[in-house]
Design a protein around this ligand. Structure first.
Ligand code: 13P
Length: 252
């Protein structure tokens, strides 16, 4: 059985105080109240707070992911953060391919390929996001869009390397809109993604790889979506910034 995973993508929200107090409160509530959570919890705060957040979570079952890395090893890239820098503060996971990075920061498949390579070089595990626009879905080309996103990036890597990946299916039209994919549509796409992994890497890998859903998950819809057969958890934006909603999702 694949473990359920919840990733809180805080995007560009929360300052130092908000980040650290949220994480400390979450730990306190989860462990003092012995809240039963059968899910792996990962939090992705902003760059300046990765180190302190990681320190707070030392020795717990929760962990930290970065929201980004730069594709180059080091050098004259003012304002950027390298994989090596993240590794040096103990960060072991990164989100790549998020539609906000693709759209606002022009990260195309070629840049994403380089980002994957540098993450793998520094032993950083990758949560790779794919997703279609609403017009692609309306034109009924969403399956081929997702297939191409994977073929152009993740599928360049070997059977050995693929163990470092998880996938997040995040339909762009569902992100921050309050509209989610129906549990059935999410399941169909997740099953399709898993079948692509099976074709490319075989059944064993495809049974193991975690495929998360993201896009307007909240405490009301979480249960229906997260317990579809091929949905292995959630990548959560807005609702992960609200302690009560996030706790409800954790317990769903
Ligand atoms: P929302 O949960 O706010 O729709 O964001 C989803 C997302 O983009 C997570 O990466």
């Amino acid at each position: 059985m694949r473990e359920k995973i919840l990733v809180a993508n805080w995007k560009m929200n929360y300052d130092f105080y908000e980040t650290t107090s949220f994480i400390r409160n979450l730990l306190k509530i989860l462990f003092d109240n012995k809240i039963n959570h059968n899910k792996k919890i990962i939090i992705a705060p902003s760059f300046p707070f990765l180190h302190i957040s990681n320190q707070i979570l030392q020795g717990t079952t929760l962990s930290i992911a970065s929201q980004n890395i730069h594709q180059k090893d080091k050098g004259a890239y003012t304002g950027e953060v390298s994989a090596n820098m993240l590794k040096s503060i103990g960060i072991k996971k990164v989100l790549l391919g998020h539609s906000e990075r693709r759209i606002y920061f022009f990260e195309d498949d070629n840049i994403l390929l380089q980002k994957i390579k540098i993450a793998l070089k520094y032993n950083i595990k990758i949560l790779f996001c794919v997703g279609e626009t609403i017009s692609e879905r309306n034109k009924n080309v969403h399956y081929s869009v997702i297939e191409n996103q994977l073929k152009n990036t993740v599928f360049h890597f070997s059977l050995h390397e693929i163990a470092n990946f998880s996938i997040a299916y995040e339909p762009i039209w569902a992100i921050g809109t309050g509209i989610t994919a129906s549990p059935k549509d999410a399941q169909n796409m997740h099953q399709f993604i898993r079948s692509l992994f099976s074709e490319k890497y075989g059944k064993e890998i495809s049974n193991k790889i975690s495929i998360l859903y993201g896009g307007s998950i909240n405490d009301i819809n979480a249960k229906d979506i997260l317990y579809q057969e091929d949905v292995d958890g959630g990548l959560i934006g807005n609702s992960s910034l609200d302690m009560n909603k996030f706790l409800n999702i954790i317990q769903s």
